[in-house]
Design a protein around this ligand. Structure first.
Ligand code: ADP
Ligand code: MG
Length: 387
């Protein structure tokens, strides 16, 4: 189910063909799925993501003349040439915004960074809600951290990568994707406090419980850069202001009914989602700590209902995947990522993984949708050096 990534030797060979000479090293950063805690990060709330066994890799060589050369196997074959001192929001278009923005954000933060030659390849599907954009930023961030001897901790690199995406690529995302890509550890989910960036590893052993976490990529393209995400974010910020709170994270669950009663009808469901979703993160962690991994299932499905009915970021394809997976024996399922398409996760008894996959594929064919792409989510290691 998982494609074979280029080996370090293959990446180095391609680098040599493109630029001559050899890379100084090869770094990687993974995509992620979020187990629970969706649309909470920009509300200063909590999330529980894990890294995927799908990575973006960067073969990189430092340059001291300020030139930044970028090549991606998904970049149309061309090498993009930029000058680091000239980087500014609005000056770069297309995919190169993500790596160039990361270099810009490091420089903006006052770090002594210059040019580089970068060759990028990836097994993270793009636009599938699995955070290929953060994987790209974070792979470049860890490469630059090493090339320029910065020694920055994961949360600081995550904030820098988020700034690249917000201010340079023009996508108003929260910080969860970048924290997951940088700070996850193999075999664990990451408890994340998006306000403080405090995080801890929550052991997540699917095999011990005979479980498979399926990722069903609906292959419906979402576009987080469009207005919907920004409007939701603005709605949450407005609700927090009306409630006199710094962020929706500061609304305790027991004050929810009273808060909802005083809010405009358009904002109340957003607030209900965020507050109940933060509670679901805490509940999920408690279940994992108690070894009750199977009981995550209903929590995932409840999270999906909240995203569908209150936050309204689901769509026909993700709803169909969730409903069909559960009907076919998954313990629970939900859309993951920003929404408007993208991927669904389904927590499935390992013995039923194939039946669930087939049921969803059949339901998609009947509904006239393209077949979903399926991968298995195994809690994997966050960003680092490969070679
Ligand atoms: P997601 O992060 O869910 O995959 P986004 O829309 O946030 O979706 O980011 C996808 C975009 O990130 C792509 O359209 C492309 O511009 C860029 N991108 C991601 N990975 C790569 C890659 N390996 N090479 C080139 N561009 C990439
Ligand atoms: Mg993204």
């Amino acid at each position: 189910m998982n494609p074979r990534p280029a080996t370090p030797a293959e990446s180095a060979r391609t680098f040599t063909e493109l630029y001559g000479g050899h890379p100084d090293g090869i770094w990687y950063a993974p995509g992620r799925v979020n187990i629970i805690g969706e649309h909470t990060d920009y509300n200063d709330g909590f999330a529980l993501p894990m890294a995927l066994p799908r990575t973006t890799r960067v073969a990189a060589r430092r340059r001291d003349d300020g030139l930044l050369r970028l090549h991606s196997t998904r970049g149309g074959g061309r090498i993009t040439e930029l000058r680091v001192p000239d980087l500014a929001p609005g000056t770069v278009e297309g995919w190169a915004r993500y790596p160039a923005g990361t270099v810009w954000a490091l420089a903006e933060a006052g770090h002594p960074v210059g040019g580089a030659d970068l060759h990028i390849d990836s097994t993270v599907p793009t636009g599938a809600g699995l955070s290929s954009s953060a994987a790209l930023e974070c792979a470049v961030a860890v490469a630059y951290d090493a090339l320029y001897g910065l020694g920055l901790p994961g949360p600081e690199l995550a904030r820098t990568a988020q700034r690249a995406e917000n201010a340079f690529a023009g996508v108003p995302c929260g910080v969860m994707d970048q924290m997951a890509s940088l700070c996850c550890v193999e075999g664990a989910a990451l408890h994340l406090d998006s306000r403080t960036l405090e995080h801890r590893q929550v052991p997540f052993d699917l095999t011990a419980h005979d479980l498979t976490l399926l990722v069903l990529d609906t292959r419906v393209q979402h576009d987080l850069a469009d207005g919907a995400y920004a409007a939701l974010r603005a709605g949450c910020e407005r609700a927090a202001r009306l409630l006199g709170l710094p962020a929706l994270r500061d609304l305790p669950a027991d004050r929810l009914p009273e808060a909802l009663a005083g809010l405009p009808a358009g904002l109340a469901p957003l607030v209900r989602h965020v507050v109940t979703e933060n509670a679901r993160v805490a509940e999920a962690e408690a279940l994992l700590a108690a070894g009750d991994t199977r009981a995550l299932g209903p929590l995932l499905t409840a999270g999906h209902a909240s995203l569908r009915d209150d936050y309204r970021v689901s769509c026909a394809e993700t709803d169909l995947a969730v409903d069909t997976a559960v009907a076919a024996g998954a313990l629970g399922a939900r859309m993951t990522g920003g929404g408007f398409g993208g991927s669904v996760i389904a927590l499935t008894p390992a013995a039923l993984a194939r039946a669930v996959t087939e049921a969803v594929t059949t339901a998609f064919a009947r509904a006239g949708h393209r077949p979903p792409a399926v991968l298995e989510a195994v809690p994997s290691q966050g960003a680092g050096r490969l070679a």
